[in-house]
Design a protein around this ligand. Structure first.
Ligand code: 13P
Ligand code: SF4
Length: 310
C-alpha cells in the first residue's frame, strides 16, 4: 500500500468527517485504514454510534444497506454495490411472504445476511453471534428462519425449537463447502491447534470444531485462550483480522481452495474505498419505510439481546 494513498485517505476522512467501517474479512490494507473492524453485529452497532456524517462501509452490499437503514440521515457509501452474498441472494420477498401466510403464528427471524427489502419483513434480525440467544428467548416454539440453511440447523440443534427454513437451501459459497474431511485433514496437519468454525458451515462439520462462533467471537476466543495455535474455519480474509487483533499467536486457514476467499468480499479493495471517499460514491439509497421497518426489527432484537423477553 502506498504511503500517498494512505495519507490521502486520512485527509479525505478528516475533510469529510467520514469513517470507514471494515468487516473482518477485508484485505489487510483495508483493515489498516478502517476506523473500526468487526463482525456484522459489531459494525451495525458502530454505525449507530458514530458522529461522522459519512460512513464508508467496506463490506458486502447487505452490510452497507443495514448501516443505511440504521442511520437514515447519514450518507452511507458502498465502495462496490455489486458485491452481493450468496445467502442474501437466496431469498426474495415473495417467497418469504408465502411462508408467512403458511405459518401466521411463527415469528420471522432473519439472518443479517438478507437483502434490505426482504429484511423489512422481519420481526427480528440476528447475526451469527446473536441467533441462538435471540431464538432461545422467543416464547414461540416454531420460528420461521432464513436465509441460511446451515445456521438454521445449528440454531435448531441448540435451542430445540422447530425451525422452519426459508428458503430450504440458502448457502454461503465459502462455508457451505466445508466438509468433515477438511476438518480431519486440519487435525492431522495441525495436531496442536484448536479449530474454530463459523456457524454457516454444515452441522456435521460444526460438531467436530473446538469453537463455533462469529468472526468477532473467534477473535475473543483466540485472545483469551491458553492455546497459541488455531485453525481458522472461515473466510480467509479473517487471518488479516486475527493478525492485527491477536498478535503473537499462529493462525492457519482451514483451506486455501478457491472457495476459501469470498468473491463478493474480495470485490472491496482499498482503491475502491479511496474512490468512494473521493467521489462520494456509491450512495446507498433505500426507501424510508424500508429503513424504518428494518430499524424497528433491529431495535426489537437488540432489546431482547440486552435482557428483555419477547
Ligand atoms: P460475521 O457476522 O461473523 O461477521 O459473518 C458475516 C459473514 O458474512 C460470514 O460469512
Ligand atoms: Fe455471503 Fe458467504 Fe461471502 Fe459471507 S462469506 S458475504 S455469507 S457469500
Amino acid at each position: 500500500m502506498s504511503n500517498d494513498l494512505m495519507t490521502e485517505i486520512r485527509r479525505l476522512k478528516h475533510e469529510r468527517n467520514a469513517i470507514i467501517l471494515g468487516h473482518n474479512y477485508m484485505d489487510y490494507d483495508v483493515q489498516l485504514m478502517a476506523d473500526f473492524t468487526g463482525d456484522s453485529y459489531d459494525l451495525a452497532l458502530k454505525a449507530m454510534e458514530t458522529k461522522a456524517d459519512i460512513i464508508v462501509f467496506a463490506g458486502v452490499r447487505f452490510m452497507a444497506e443495514q448501516a443505511k437503514a440504521l442511520n437514515y440521515d447519514k450518507v452511507v457509501l458502498s465502495p462496490d454495490p455489486t458485491a452481493g452474498c450468496s445467502i442474501a441472494d437466496s431469498l426474495d420477498a415473495k417467497t418469504l411472504k408465502a411462508y408467512k401466510e403458511s405459518y401466521p403464528e411463527a415469528p420471522v427471524v432473519l439472518y443479517v445476511n438478507t437483502n434490505v427489502e426482504v429484511k423489512a419483513l422481519a420481526d427480528y434480525i440476528v447475526t451469527s453471534s446473536t441467533a441462538v440467544k435471540v431464538i432461545k428467548k422467543l416464547k414461540e416454539s416454531t420460528v420461521l428462519f432464513g436465509p441460511d440453511s446451515n445456521l438454521a440447523d445449528y440454531v435448531a440443534s441448540l435451542t430445540g425449537k422447530r425451525i422452519i427454513k426459508v428458503p430450504l437451501n440458502g448457502k454461503c459459497i465459502v462455508h457451505g463447502n466445508y466438509t468433515t474431511k477438511l476438518m480431519d485433514d486440519a487435525r492431522v496437519k495441525y495436531p496442536r491447534a484448536k479449530v474454530m468454525v463459523h456457524p454457516e458451515a454444515p452441522l456435521n462439520v460444526l460438531k467436530l470444531a473446538d469453537f463455533v462462533g462469529s468472526t468477532n467471537q473467534m477473535i475473543e476466543y483466540a485472545k483469551n485462550s491458553n492455546y497459541d495455535e488455531f485453525v481458522v474455519g472461515t473466510e480467509i480474509g479473517m487471518i488479516n483480522a486475527l493478525k492485527l487483533k491477536v498478535p503473537g499467536k499462529t493462525f492457519h486457514p482451514i483451506t486455501t481452495e478457491p472457495y476459501a476467499r469470498c468473491p463478493f468480499m474480495s470485490m472491496i479493495t482499498l482503491d475502491k474505498v479511496y474512490r468512494s471517499l473521493r467521489d462520494l460514491v456509491h450512495r446507498v439509497e433505500i426507501p424510508k419505510s424500508t429503513a424504518n421497518a428494518v430499524k424497528d426489527a433491529f431495535e426489537r432484537t437488540r432489546r431482547l439481546i440486552e435482557g428483555g423477553v419477547a
